[in-house]
Design a binder for this molecule. Sequence first.
Ligand code: ASP
Length: 578
Amino acid sequence: MYRTHTCGELRIGDAGKKVTLAGWVQRTRKFGSMTFIDLRDRYGITQLVLDGDTDLGREYVIQAVGQVVKRESVNANLPTGEIEIKVESVNVLNKAQTPPFTIEEVSDGGEDIRAKYRYLDLRRAPLQRALALRHRLAQEARNYLDAQGFMEVETPYLIKSTPEGARDFVVPSRMNQGQFYALPQSPQTFKQLLMVAGYDRYFQIVRCFRDEDLRADRQPEFTQIDCEMSFVEQEDVLNTFEGMMRAMFHNALGVDIPNPIPRMNWYDAMDRYGSDKPDIRFGMEIHEISSLVKGHGFGVFDSADYVGAICVPGAAGYTRKQIDELTEWVKRPQVGAKGLIYIRVAEEGIKSSVDKFYTPEQLSQVAEAVGAKQGDLIFCLCGAKRKTQTQLGVLRIEMGNRLGLRDPKVFAPLWIVDFPLLEWDDETNRFYAMHHPFTAPKPEHMEYFYSNRKEDLEKVCANAYDFVLNGNELGGGSIRIHQADVQERMFEVLGISKEDADYKFGFIINAFKYGAPPHGGLAFGFDRLCALFGGQETIRDYIAFPKNNQGRDVMIDSPSLIDQEQLEELKLAIKTEK
Ligand code: ASP
């Protein structure tokens, strides 16, 4: 037997017992004639004491036999801190090279080296805690959904390329030369087909693949808790998944989130927070001030479609330098504002960067409109409405960060509902589905949906909803189209020709002709969900073997070249760029 106990198990009540432990040598310390060893496994750390010297290196895998004894100097930070093992014999199970970084709570290794030796990094307690939380949350989701009658069904990974939304990863088929599978961006169409097939309530904790340019903290493969239900309206879906979220928060974190979870419609979210995933842990809401500031000779505002402002509490003391720095910050391409106007509501009176154009009374009116008190600082941006709101939203989040208003241990979930169905893109001169092309228009907007006027189509809303937590979109879904003719119309609105729609989506349009029930669902981004539950912004720690931000797995060194032989089998040739 390799061990009688784990390294996290023994307590003062076990004193006197003879035990065998196995694990990794975290640290050795010599003290007089004795050696102390911290022995580590997944369950914890136990201190071993040996008479004399040892040549055990860090990360050696050993087995130690000895007696549990009361420790002289208790370590209150360790659950096993009241005892130690008086070692009688040590057996080296495997030697270890000195690891390239320290395997400690906080390591001395940089990100790249830790990624290369991910299996060593995974030995560290923070990563073990992260993956344990992930496991817990997956179990909680499963238990809840199972109890609600959801059936876990696996859907295929080798499917058909239907580039709509993100880019597909493709897999060449050897047996069908020149043809390719695609990896699913989500099981969307399959789960809908399961509804057509009468499975009523489906879920799957499933990997999805999207070949997108990797923005910070995105992974080319990621996991969703993917769900679909039949004979439901939006209300049924929201209630079901509020329940799941509540159970996950309560059971995994001991946190009780608001009941019911607040809801906000998309238009309000954009107007008030400049984002469809608002962080409502703090105020600093956006206010339109166009009518107050236009028409006073300040050309920039006068020519703008929209002028909006946020009030930053207690920031009137910001120096010129700080404001200049923020001005540069909003002008970066990632934010894209032209400039930043400020109004200081200081003790000595109101001061702004546009004093030339406005009387103190006029500026006071602005201060009143945005709810500014003495000591606050107002920032104004102007331009096209949604674009400016989005910029103000980004600035708001930045100020929230700078003022420490975004405590990761405070959870403020909400649903965003009533999304527009379609989004116009000026560049390609066509509509795109805001959620995806299977989302149904609201029944009361059907007339607009069948209109060919752009203004009408822009007004169509969907029973589409996102679950938002602390400024992150954690999940989203919709009530689906379940009639073939509506689905065909949707493709038409999206400018997809009938032939193209038939070629790419014929299977689902067809399925809808064979008795498709009304249905809807959603999917949660499980990696981010884990990270947020863990109080972290980055998802990488919650994935056992993640890719880096170039989409590479530096541990196994992938992607990589394949053999000429493999290429020939696939009848593929690599074209080298000249
Ligand atoms: N398949 C959708 C997505 O991945 C979620 C849903 O509509 O259920 O975003």
